[in-house]
Unconditional design. Structure first.
Length: 89
């Protein structure tokens, strides 16, 4: 990506390439992922979904829906979030 080689890919190929940033629990990765997805215009849902992922990292510093599988204790705020229909991804 630093060499610009992703520019020669189709947009859907670029989405696949950028997904690790969207799924990272590091805020800097999330910011980069949103910036990258924001360059794509074939489907506005791509950026919307990336922004929803980033919002969780900003809010919780991690993805609460991963807590159980990773053996992490959820905070009370995360429990409230996880109890909502459609919480997590």
């Amino acid at each position: 990506m630093e060499a610009g080689l992703d520019g020669g890919l189709s947009q859907i190929e670029r989405v696949f390439l950028y997904l690790p940033f969207e799924h990272s629990e590091d805020l800097a990765d999330q910011e980069l992922g949103c910036a990258l997805m924001g360059q794509l215009d074939e489907n506005p849902d791509w950026l919307d979904f990336a922004e929803k992922h980033r919002e969780l990292i900003v809010r919780f510093g991690r993805f609460p829906h991963r807590n159980a599988i990773l053996g992490r204790q959820s905070t009370p705020e995360e429990d409230i979030y996880l109890a909502q229909p459609g919480a997590g991804f």
